[in-house]
Design a binder for this molecule. Structure first.
Ligand code: GLN
Length: 194
């Protein structure tokens, strides 16, 4: 059983722990570098990326996280987590750090102004059985991706799911629905990386 952590600095940690457990992973919160060292994969939840970035610095997790991602640990970020995994962000705060991992530019709060929050069916490459219900909450979109990153889903004209090697990111929140297919895909990535 893969041991998968959920970065528990801030955000919807509990929902991700439940979704991971539902697809057969052993799931636990990660707050300290020692806890990070033990897990085989990591979910970065939705929440507020500016706060998460600050807390990652305070908790001494920024560099250890970057190192594990570079070393190939599978990581999955939802919404604020997607922002954390972007090599570059637009409309971030001046002092906002990201972990990087995906060669993409992500626009924070991109869907936000017109429509704070909405749901839409999203087809995801690599996920069978029809579209997933995408829950978008002050969600980012992916402005552009580099050559190494693969677009897995779009909504309208905008990219909302991307994968680059060991790193997966979605603008939306599968952990808030009862449909755990994206978490199952991620746990398969963790298994494959063993
Ligand atoms: N808008 C938030 C941010 O910038 C993300 C929102 C979310 O995670 N639901 O971090």
């Amino acid at each position: 059983t893969p041991l998968v952590g959920v970065l528990a600095l801030q955000g919807d940690v509990r929902e991700h722990l439940a979704a991971l457990a539902a697809v057969g992973a052993q799931a636990r919160p990660v707050r300290r570098p020692e806890e990070l060292a033990e897990v085989e994969g990591l979910v970065i939840p939705g929440g507020e990326s500016t706060t998460m970035s600050k807390l990652a610095v305070i908790f001494g997790l920024l560099e250890p996280l970057r190192e594990r991602i570079r070393a190939g640990m599978p990581v999955y970020g939802t919404c604020a987590g997607m922002i954390m995994l972007a090599d570059k962000i637009i409309d971030g705060r001046d002092d906002q750090e990201t972990l990087g991992g995906i060669d993409m530019i992500v626009r924070r709060n991109a869907f936000g102004r017109q429509n704070e929050s909405f749901e839409a069916a999203v087809d995801i490459k690599g996920i069978d059985g029809g579209p997933v219900e995408g829950v978008f909450i002050r969600a980012p979109w992916v402005e552009s991706v580099g050559a190494g990153a693969e677009v897995l889903a779009t909504y309208g004209d905008h990219t909302v799911a991307v994968r680059q090697a060991n790193v997966l990111a979605t603008s939306f929140h599968p952990e808030l629905t009862g449909d755990h297919r994206v978490h199952a895909l991620f746990v398969d990535m963790v298994g494959a990386a063993r």
